[in-house]
Ligand binder design. Structure first.
Ligand code: ZN
Length: 112
């Protein structure tokens, strides 16, 4: 019998502290690193984000996922807002845009 490996979920979020885009396996991830998590907790960013999320009845992670979508694929924001598509429908598109951005950054870094 061949073992089956299920694909792991991958989300692209904008870090609540520094704003950089990062991949995460957790839909509730709020920061890109431990350092950003500590900074965001100390300066109140996490608390403000969670208050906003509670106020509009969405998860804080969804807000950060929306920020990433707005930065990577703003042309798809309207289809999410209208309900025509969901974040999950656009996972491949968002991940491809993230990979393209990362490759562009690597090319810039290599050329520097
Ligand atoms: Zn960060």
């Amino acid at each position: 019998m061949t073992p089956v490996t299920l694909p792991t979920k991958c989300y692209i979020h904008a870090c609540a502290a520094c704003g950089c885009l990062f991949e995460t396996g957790r839909s509730d991830a709020l920061t890109c690193s431990g350092a950003c998590r500590v900074r965001a907790k100390r300066n109140g960013t996490i608390q403000r984000l969670q208050a906003v999320a509670e106020g509009v009845h969405v998860s804080a992670g969804a807000i950060l996922r929306a920020r990433a979508l707005d930065e990577l694929c703003p042309e798809h924001a309207a289809s999410i807002i209208s309900g025509e598509k969901t974040f999950d429908d656009l996972t491949t598109t968002i991940q491809a845009a993230f990979a393209k951005r990362a490759r562009q950054a690597a090319a810039v870094q290599e050329g520097a």
